[in-house]
Design a binder for this molecule. Structure first.
Ligand SMILES: Nc1ncnc2c1ncn2[C@@H]1O[C@H](COP(=O)(O)OP(=O)(O)OP(=O)(O)O)[C@@H](O)[C@H]1O
Ligand SMILES: [Mg+2]
Length: 401
């Protein structure tokens, strides 16, 4: 069983790379499914499928090649069929004004239905062993980050809030249908959530098991795209997911000598070096810009060969986490494997949301998630072969439980 996530900024080539990888896996004889949440249905477009076929198959897997299926989830249908109670309650809630602040905040953590549905499918396919390989064509970075936080959030919600809320609702409902204008959810709402949680159980372990799940970040050699890729890199690390490759797509081929592209080439070269510094030791697989857009199984097969260049797409390209980011009491801890026996003074420097680590001739930029960047203090020490950095609120004296 193998699960591959393809994530990255909008338009970098996630769908094409996910589809090409799917083709490569299926050609090896693996039963492969590519899942997508994209409402624009670009997955079926890259396979050049007839529209009618998809309308007929609304949201169900469609076979596109030998041993290869694609599934574009139809969230409207999923909600109608599975999550009616939750959905109708939440929409009533959202329409209601004058919501008690705390209650509103707690309820707002209920994660997006689309992502929950995708997780349900993953869990179902893993439990039933329907496929050998599950490939995820993720939404642009922001949304896929929300997606990876769902198992954690849900668990927190169920443990901390759900039970209390249910009890309160039980007591309050007979007395008043509305408290502060907030409609009180019925038992069906709670039952549905409970069933949902049951069906999701275990999916977080699957997603954080490096033996099963790998994240591949798709990016381009451009400044803004790279910046977002670094952020995603940190978030996936924070949620304990394992990144095993960075796919550097749309690199201008050597053959392009046209003077018009001179600056493009120069800058791409520079950003590829930057990327190396950011993502090492995670390997970067480079992919040239094709002569035209990638369309249909033949193009996808070519793209697959270009990405993996004779390697097995199912391999684990990176063993061990290159960087671990964990939440600790009072702050965060970053553990970085130092590539050589670097010694000497460690110098930490913070430039907005980036942490710059200098150690002799070694220099590393680490993009911090927003919540981590807000930390007041940073301390570093060696724990061979790691550099351990503690970021905390030590100086602001606000003890948080
Ligand atoms: N290496 C490449 N060479 C040429 N064209 C490419 C390459 N990679 C992707 N494309 C083209 O770029 C366009 C966008 O690619 P794709 O749809 O795969 O990106 P995406 O990251 O999934 O976008 P979105 O964020 O909108 O889902 C497509 O037309 C695709 O054919
Ligand atoms: Mg896409």
């Amino acid at each position: 069983m193998r699960i591959l996530f393809f994530a990255g900024k909008g338009g970098v080539g996630k769908t094409s790379v996910a589809a090409a990888t799917g083709m490569a896996c299926a050609r090896q004889g693996k039963r492969t499914i590519i899942l997508s949440l994209d409402v624009a249905h670009s997955l079926s477009d890259v396979f050049d499928l007839e529209k009618g076929l998809l309308d007929f198959n609304r949201g169900e897997p469609v076979r596109v090649h030998d041993r290869l299926w694609i599934q574009e989830l139809d969230i409207q249908r999923e909600i109608e069929e599975n999550w009616g109670d939750i959905h109708s309650y939440l929409s009533t809630l959202l329409r209601t004004s004058g919501l008690d602040e705390i209650l509103a905040e707690e309820l707002a953590v209920l994660p997006g239905m689309e992502e929950v549905n995708l997780l349900l499918y993953i869990n179902r396919y893993v439990r039933k062993e329907t496929y050998d390989v599950i490939i995820l064509d993720c939404a642009p970075t922001g949304e896929s980050l929300r997606f990876i936080s769902i198992p954690t959030t849900l668990e927190w919600y169920i443990k901390k809030i759900f039970k209390v809320e249910r009890t309160i609702a039980r007591y309050v409902r007979p007395v008043a249908r509305r408290v502060y204008d907030v409609p009180i959810p019925g038992e069906e709402y709670f039952d549905t959530i409970e069933r949902l949680f049951e069906r999701l159980r275990g999916v977080d372990r699957i997603l954080t098991d490096p033996g099963i799940t790998s994240v591949r970040l798709v990016t381009n050699p451009e400044k803004i795209v790279l910046k977002e890729t670094q952020r995603a890199f940190m978030y996936f690390c924070l949620f304990g997911m394992h990144i095993d490759a960075v796919i550097m797509n749309r690199v201008l081929p050597e053959a392009v000598r046209d003077d018009y592209f001179r600056d493009w080439r120069k800058n791409q070269k520079r950003y590829m070096e930057t990327a190396e510094a950011y993502f090492s030791p995670v390997p970067i697989l480079t992919v040239n810009l094709f002569r035209e857009e990638i369309l249909g199984p033949e193009d996808l097969a070519l793209l697959g060969e270009e990405i993996y260049a004779g390697r097995d797409p199912l391999d684990h390209f990176q063993e061990g986490a290159p960087l671990e980011l964990s939440k600790e009491a009072g702050g965060y801890r970053i553990r970085i494997k130092i590539p050589f026996a670097a010694k000497g003074d460690i110098r930490l420097n913070r430039i907005s949301d980036e942490l710059v680590i200098r150690l002799g001739g070694y220099k590393k930029h680490v993009m911090l998630p927003r919540s981590v960047a807000a930390a007041r203090s940073a301390r570093a020490r060696f724990e061979e072969p790691y550099l351990v950095i503690d970021l905390g609120d030590a100086e602001d004296g606000k003890g948080k439980g």
